[in-house]
Design a protein around this ligand. Structure first.
Ligand SMILES: Nc1ncnc2c1ncn2[C@@H]1O[C@H](COP(=O)(O)OP(=O)(O)OP(=O)(O)O)[C@@H](O)[C@H]1O
Length: 521
């Protein structure tokens, strides 16, 4: 006979036994009392019959920690077994209860013929100590599994999932959450912890295979839309009636206050294009590029690694995105203006001829239409479009040039281009610039001007703030799983500081001069 006893604390009111499904949750709140035992426990039974099967007796004393196990009934034999031991729970840490162990008695009451829910009731109504008598499952080989880290691409709520074996043992998560996958032995149900709380008891989450087999069920609030690629002919085009609102370069000068290399015309053209009603414009995109499609799947998770930058590596690409008018360009411009040796934007490509004073490779890379189209069909652009019959585009090579120079490349993109930049090489750090409350927008944007649909700079009206807020909500609902950081653009100076700190964090290991922080004010 193999008998082991363990004195554990349990508190009855902390039980999670709320599941009354056939595979009911067996979860008590207890912990190994390593040191002091209170109350003093009764002696272990010494009158065990000689012919009894090998048994293990586990004596528990209630406290606040979860037992972390589930039970289920064998429908054929009526026997009750431990179905699952949850990683990090007491059962797991004690090493005394294993999946497959047959439950014989709880507090001296035989469980034979009982339903799992009745077993749970015994536990709920138990005071002080609880004695489990189990017939151990055959010894299980120790498992050595690598811990995986995943980013959730969907929201999940176990309480709305009819397929989970035990909702109370499930773990809810939201898009963008980081999960530590601690147990993948069950192909359908993984065990995971929600980072950064690595000491918590794990919970059940659906595995990707489960997701595949259950993807039609309602609990996946799947708002992610796989990117649709368009043919190279689908450029965004400024037609006659929109032309002439500004001379492109002078408009940059008006808007940005400086005509710098980093704020060249494509940016402005792109912003004009973005002003067009979505139904009028057609998106260009890059997501068919095989190098960038790895993340555009409909998998519920995406594997991630802890990033520790090697100093010999180029800095990560910094991507800003946010609803139009929230201040993305203002923030990018300020960062680059104050730290031109640290930050830079990519030089755009264009098919138009250089104007007086413009230098190839400074304001733009001036190239032929044939070359532009060649680059386009070969997925070399993140975004591209046509303005006044000239093509403009942001090319991956321009980003690479900045990164190779050791500077941090900052770009701002439309959210549908996220997939294009999410490559292992660029390791983009995606920062969502979020508007503050309507009230704060009104307070802080009193002197601000933005480009309205008419393409003329104008002051913000209340309805513009409402549109920004609504656009931010939609963007967040659809793309938040890709955000590495969210920064609320309330007071401009504070936002600049936050942005600077976030970029510094992203480039951990990089030499970002913090003495420049004051200049951002
Ligand atoms: N935190 C802020 N406080 C006050 N004014 C701000 C703040 N952020 C931005 N602004 C001002 O709001 C206006 C619009 O900002 P900006 O042009 O950067 O918007 P955007 O997000 O880049 O939009 P788009 O890309 O559509 O042009 C500018 O006048 C800018 O100076």
């Amino acid at each position: 006979h193999f008998i082991r006893a363990l004195m554990l604390n349990i508190m009855a009111n902390e039980y999670l036994w709320s599941s009354f499904t056939p595979q009911a949750l067996l979860s008590a709140h207890d912990s190994v009392a390593q040191k002091d035992y209170s109350p003093v426990l009764p002696p272990l039974p010494d009158d065990l019959p000689e012919d009894e099967e090998a048994m293990r007796i586990v004596c528990l004393v209630k406290n606040k920690q979860p037992l972390g196990a589930t039970i289920k009934k064998d429908e054929k034999t009526g026997e009750i077994f431990i179905a699952r031991v949850i990683h990090g729970g007491l059962a797991d840490r004690s090493g005394l209860l294993y999946p497959g162990d047959k439950l014989v008695e709880v507090n001296g009451e035989p469980v034979e013929g009982l339903e799992p829910v009745q077993v749970i009731q015994i536990l709920i109504h138990s005071q002080g100590t609880i004695l489990f008598k189990v017939i151990p499952n055959s010894p299980q080989p120790p498992t050595s599994q690598a811990t995986l880290y995943m980013r959730a691409m969907v929201d999940y709520n176990p309480l709305q999932d009819p397929s989970i074996p035990c909702p109370d043992a499930g773990m809810a998560f939201s898009k963008g959450d980081l999960l530590q996958i601690v147990d993948q032995r069950d192909v359908q149900w993984w065990q995971a912890r929600l980072l950064p709380n690595t000491t918590d008891c794990a919970g059940l989450v659906p595995s990707p295979s489960h997701f595949k087999s259950k993807k039609r069920e309602f609990w996946w609030s799947q708002s992610y839309q796989a990117h649709t690629c368009i043919k190279s002919s689908a450029l965004f085009i400024f037609k006659g009636e929109e032309e002439g609102a500004f001379e492109e370069k002078s408009a940059d000068a008006v808007f940005d206050g400086l005509i710098a290399v980093c704020v060249a015309g494509f940016r402005y053209s792109l912003r004009l294009w973005r002003r067009r009603a979505p139904r009028k414009r057609r998106q260009s995109c890059q997501s068919c590029n095989p190098n960038s499609c790895h993340s555009a799947s409909t998998s519920p998770y995406e594997e991630v690694l802890n990033y520790q930058r090697n100093r010999s590596e180029p800095p990560r690409l910094i991507v800003l995105l946010g609803p139009s008018g929230v201040g993305v360009n203002e923030l990018r411009r300020r960062l680059i203006k104050i730290n031109p040796n640290t930050f830079q934007g990519p030089i755009p490509y264009t098919t138009r001829l250089p104007r007086s004073g413009e230098v190839n490779g400074r304001e733009y890379h001036f190239i032929t239409k044939e070359l532009f189209e060649y680059l386009m069909v070969n997925h070399k652009f993140i975004e591209y479009g046509e303005h006044k019959r000239h093509l403009y585009g942001t090319c991956f090579d321009s980003i690479k040039d900045v990164l190779d120079s050791g500077k941090t490349c900052i770009i701002d993109i439309e959210p549908h281009c996220i997939h294009a930049v999410r490559t292992k090489k660029l390791k983009p750090y995606i920062i969502f610039v979020k508007p503050p409350s309507l009230e704060h927008m009104k307070l802080t944007r009193t002197d601000a001007k933005f480009i309205a649909n008419s393409y003329f700079k104008t002051s913000f009206r209340d309805e513009d703030f409402e549109k920004i807020e609504e656009a931010a909500r939609i963007m967040e609902a659809q793309y938040s799983q890709f955000f590495d950081c969210v920064i609320v653009n309330d007071r401009l100076q504070d936002t600049c500081m936050d942005l600077f700190a976030a970029i510094q964090h992203a480039q951990e290991g990089a030499t970002v001069d913090t003495s420049q922080l004051d200049q951002l004010r």
